[in-house]
Design a protein around this ligand. Sequence first.
Ligand SMILES: [Fe+2]
Ligand SMILES: [Fe+2]
Length: 315
Amino acid sequence: MKDRYYSEDKMHELLADSERLLQVVSRFSIPLGVGDKTIEQVCRENHIDTATFLVIVNFTHSGGDYSYPHDTKIDLQTLKKYLQNTHIYLLKFLLPHIRRHLIDALGSSLNNDITFLIIKFFDEYYKELENHMNVEDKEIFMRLDELQKGKKIKKLSSEISRIHTAPIEQKLSELKNIIIKYYTSESDNNMIYNILQHLFICEYDLYIHDRIENLLLIPEIKKLEQQNERNSASSNAEDENTDNNGELTEREKEIITGVVKGLTNKEIADKLFISVNTVTTHRRNIARKLNIHSPAGLTIYAIMNNFVDIKEIKL
Ligand SMILES: [Fe+2]
Ligand SMILES: [Fe+2]
């Protein structure tokens, strides 16, 4: 057993290492039959970012206590795919599987009222988890693409922190403890021990999932948000730097085109991905440079200088 996995290690060693690592690989939909290929080769063949795959593997392998090298480039799409597949696995496969076995085991050994209460407890837990994961899918993962395109959206990192205020695995360990402490029937021991094992697997899976979201996803999204903020600050600074020896900048020509086509400042701002304030500043500078203050005057200027075609303008 290795302490840590690297890209040149063999994929078959990783797969045979532990049930936990087997799970990680399965969530990337990597087919078996890996032969003697290295982790890097298998990842490349399956279009998976190796660095991100390895961080998730080592995170899981260390029990959630792995601090990855600072300069690792995490691919957010790979991370997203892994986390989404974990949601699907838990909600559509593992938990329904546990529920079915729970009904079988309890139904044959306990009276109906207690069985009903335990299943009700389980179902409430399931609903809570499903809500949590649905919010993540809709609010976080679906909007991650917009953030990656540099669009200005509400801060995702604070949204994730908000939905991660309560640990989601708590109720599951309560269920485990109820069974351990109070399940007294002597029949069907194998079945109930098997359910407990599945509850342990599920609990651990959720624990690692939560740690990956808190310690990997949130910091990476924060980095991206900060980078977007820096980019937009520098492009605003560029936009406002309009002196250019009294000549019009490319940006100012775009603004004039917008004005003569009859767009409002807000519409121009949206079209050019800048703020309304920046548009106002540009319009002030244009008026100063050209000594033209009316939209009608600008229209004549724009046509004469071929910024726009006369056919594009409603006269
Ligand atoms: Fe999640
Ligand atoms: Fe979560």
